[in-house]
Design a binder for this molecule. Structure first.
Ligand SMILES: [Zn+2]
Length: 300
């Protein structure tokens, strides 16, 4: 993703948070962020996953193998990119619910083609949220959900092949949003929740400006339930990401993104984006809030 305009920073919250967390610890068990971290670590261990490269094939196989007993659909298509025609693969995993409608949770899983010659593994940028969605799947499988169906989408081709622009980015989400617009799926989507770069140890999730207001409100409400509100929406900024093709088609959508990664964002799209910058605690926060947000959407 890329930042569209200016950014603002927040600091100084992390010292007070352990105490805050302890005071507000809810009675119910927390989301298994440690498991999400394990999945992310194993996925990042594949190495760079740039489209057309060998790591990308391994990443596809990892996803296929992980969800082999679930309702997995592979959405393969050819994208016209600055390096030519490239075959890309989105993956969709469906967990059926009793209510008529769909909640989509998304992430991208590949790494940047322009970073193919360095050891960029995208631990936070791609792997962390892939692991997060895999751990969320652990909570969804084996039963018919009481609420809406939940579909997980692992997007390919989010990153630019050359340099970010409307036509050189978000290939997988633009393809799928168009396809689902054509076959009637989009009208059935109650909410689209995108996750990106929210494994960061120093978690501060921004309020992405084009995200749907009532979803911002529900996520805020969910965060408050756990005493997590200081991790959310302390600053607002527009970020171009995989939610936009859905926003543009009228789907209620939110981008949960922390585009403030390392000092002056210095870990973003660099070899410093490694698993030691990601924490199970941040993934627990994400999972708790997303599961509670799903519950609130079902009640809405
Ligand atoms: Zn990125």
């Amino acid at each position: 993703m890329i930042l569209a305009l200016t950014r603002r920073f927040t600091a100084g919250l992390s010292i007070a948070l352990p105490f805050f967390f302890a005071l507000h610890a809810p009675a119910q068990p927390h989301f298994n962020g440690a498991k999400a971290y394990e999945y992310a670590r194993d996925f990042a261990a594949i190495g760079p996953r740039w489209p057309t490269g060998p790591g990308h094939v391994k990443a596809e196989d990892f996803i296929r193998s992980h969800f082999k007993h679930d309702q997995l659909e592979e959405d393969t298509f050819v994208a016209n990119t600055p390096i030519g025609a490239v075959t890309l693969h989105n993956f969709i995993v469906r967990f059926p619910g009793k209510k008529n409608g769909i909640i989509v949770l998304g992430t991208h899983y590949e790494t940047n083609y322009p970073l193919r010659n360095v050891n960029f593994v995208g631990a936070n940028d791609g792997a962390a949220t892939t692991g997060l969605l895999m751990a969320i799947a652990d909570q969804l499988r084996g039963k018919t959900l009481d609420g809406y169906s939940v579909w997980l989408v692992f997007f390919d081709g989010e990153e630019a092949f050359q340099s970010w622009s409307a036509s050189d980015s978000t290939f997988g989400s633009r393809h799928l949003a168009a396809k689902w617009g054509g076959n009637g799926t989009l009208q059935r989507i109650k909410a689209f929740i995108l996750t990106d770069m929210i494994g960061d140890k120093d978690l501060d999730i921004q309020h992405e400006s084009r995200s749907t207001g009532w979803l911002i409100d529900l996520v805020t409400q969910a965060a408050k339930k756990y005493g997590y509100q200081h991790y959310f929406f302390q600053s607002e900024e527009p970020v171009d990401d995989d939610h936009l093709p859905f926003v543009q088609r009228g789907v209620p959508a939110i981008d949960l993104i922390d585009l403030d990664y390392g000092p002056n964002n210095s870990y973003h799209h660099t070899v410093k984006d490694t698993m030691d910058k990601v924490s199970a605690h941040s993934l627990t926060i994400d999972g708790d809030v997303i599961m509670e947000t799903i519950r609130l959407i079902n009640q809405r």
